[in-house]
Design a binder for this molecule. Structure first.
Ligand SMILES: O=c1ccn([C@@H]2O[C@H](COP(=O)(O)O)[C@@H](O)[C@H]2O)c(=O)[nH]1
Length: 480
């Protein structure tokens, strides 16, 4: 017997394990084109370097369909093209190629290959998320009179693509679902339960609606009460409950310089806010009585206190800065924040003091000031640091939504009713830009309130603008 003809058909399980080994399936933190962080990434392009694996994949796809129905097949460019070629050559079924753009010269064809009006063509694809790539190819085929009733895919990410395609009259046949991949890899000891849960949670919260425009993935928008129930961190849960009860996503930045001004301002504006943010070290007359009274106001008006100390030192130092000193911040602040620049030690040091006191920490992933350096890879690394410390890190100071994880809160400073800039580089966005368009959760407003002629009226205006902007985002999600 010739050795070359002795290749055994590969089992589906072994193919998943080989895809994992060659890094075609990866787990970690990946920023997608949409800006969303995904805990799983498929890069099936690497298969062209592993011809046997690619042949086995092509055979699995072929076994999934009843081929007699199709006159031709067409791979979605580019990853599925070699797979479709193998299926075509092995089973003697003609192939079509869809050009991504029609040629600007010669025949100007969108579809290459020989076809007749009414031919039924099978679409071949590697991964389906929203279904948009399959639909694009189907549209191109239909535009030349070729019918598409079915598509076969190696992996259905279970994010709504199947339903979307069905709605357009295309039945999806998938070799694997995301659940199959997780089950096989976990069973083989390649994934731990935590990773499996993280990916399952991500998929659950990032499904396309069947009738949603499928160009970009939008994370689900929850109302505050619904979202509070997803949170295990007591500070996040309490904050979301307050936001729901008070219909407020407004944080007052009370940057006044005497205790009297601070307490008077907070007593008046407290009913309209979910958070009062302090810079305790700018008070000229700080005493422990100031924070005792501030805590009483927090209880009376139902808000949380956020000390904007921006810790940024090694773990041992921040532990003392937070847990002691003249301000003794950990004895009265519900929320603090830190820069990621010293590395995870800063979070660990703060957690040693704050976790047992029920305090939560925000990481400063982006800033509002012009020319700031908290961008790009720095922001991405800060998000990873938060994800690795989810028991204590409750979210971000940022000017954009940075993760689809609904248990992280995004708070955005630099908010006024009209966009602009101050003379020292502070940049302002409007509540609707921050909440509706950029997907942040909380607007932080300082001078827009405490420098207004009537701070209470100003606070009411910001409360309304912020909440309306949230309702607009929720409505847009529900109706899109
Ligand atoms: O990137 C950042 C981080 C923090 N802040 C703080 O927010 C307030 C903004 O005050 P406004 O008067 O509304 O400008 C202030 O306490 C900053 O320290 C920020 O602005 N940008």
């Amino acid at each position: 017997m010739a050795a070359s003809s002795e290749v055994m058909p590969a089992s589906s399980e072994s193919i998943v394990l080989r895809l994992f080994e060659v890094d075609a399936v990866k787990f970690g933190d990946f920023t997608l084109k949409s800006g969303i962080t995904s805990p799983v990434y498929f890069d099936l392009r690497v298969m062209i370097s592993f011809p046997q694996l690619m042949t086995d994949v092509a055979n699995l796809l072929w076994d999934k369909i009843s081929a007699s129905k199709f006159i031709s097949l067409c791979g979605v460019p580019y990853t599925a093209l070699p797979i479709a070629t193998l299926m075509s050559a092995s089973h003697n079924i003609p192939m079509l190629i869809r050009r991504k753009e029609a040629k600007g010269y010669g025949t100007k064809k969108l579809i290459e290959g020989i076809f007749r009006t009414g031919d039924v063509c099978l679409i071949v694809e590697d991964v389906v998320s929203s279904g948009s790539s399959v639909l694009d190819t189907a549209e191109a085929l239909k535009s030349v009179g070729v019918l598409v009733t079915d598509a076969v895919v190696l992996l259905d990410r279970e994010q709504g693509g199947r339903q979307k395609l069905q709605q357009e009259g295309i039945t999806l046949h998938s070799v694997f679902t995301m659940t199959d991949i997780l089950t096989i890899l976990k069973g083989a000891g390649k994934l731990d339960s935590q990773t499996v849960d993280k990916v399952a949670c991500y998929i659950e919260h990032n499904r396309f609606q069947p009738d949603q425009t499928v160009c970009s993935l939008k994370p689900k928008v929850y109302d505050y009460e619904e979202r509070a129930k997803l949170c295990t961190n007591s500070v996040t849960r309490r904050l979301l409950e307050i936001m729901g009860e008070k219909r407020s996503n407004l944080a007052l930045s009370a940057d006044v310089t005497t205790s009297q001004e601070l307490l008077q301002l907070v007593d008046k504006v407290g009913p309209h806010v979910c958070i009062v943010k302090t810079h305790i070290d700018i008070l000229e007359d700080f005493t422990q009585e100031t924070v005792t009274k501030l805590s009483q106001l927090a209880a009376r008006h139902n808000f949380l206190i956020f000390e904007d100390r921006k810790f940024a030192d090694i773990g041992n130092t921040v532990l003392h800065q937070f847990g002691g000193g003249m301000y003794n911040i950990s004895s009265w602040a519900h929320i603090i924040n830190a820069h990621g620049v010293p590395g995870p030690g800063v979070v660990h040091g703060l957690r040693e003091v704050g976790a047992s006191k029920g305090c939560g920490c925000l990481l400063i992933a982006e800033m509002s000031s012009a020319g700031n350096l908290a961008t790009g890879d720095y922001t991405t690394a800060t998000v990873s640091m938060a994800e690795a410390n989810k028991d204590f890190v409750i979210g971000f100071i940022s000017v954009n939504n940075l993760t689809s994880d609904p248990t992280f809160i995004h708070m955005t400073p630099g908010v006024q009713l009209t966009a602009g800039q101050d003379s020292l580089g502070q940049q302002y966005l409007t509540p609707s830009e921050v909440i509706t368009n950029r997907g942040s959760d909380i607007i932080i407003v300082g001078r827009g309130i405490y420098e207004a002629k009537d701070p209470v009226e100003a606070a009411k205006q910001f409360q309304l603008a912020g909440y309306d902007a949230f309702v607009a985002r929720l409505t847009e999600f529900m109706t899109s």
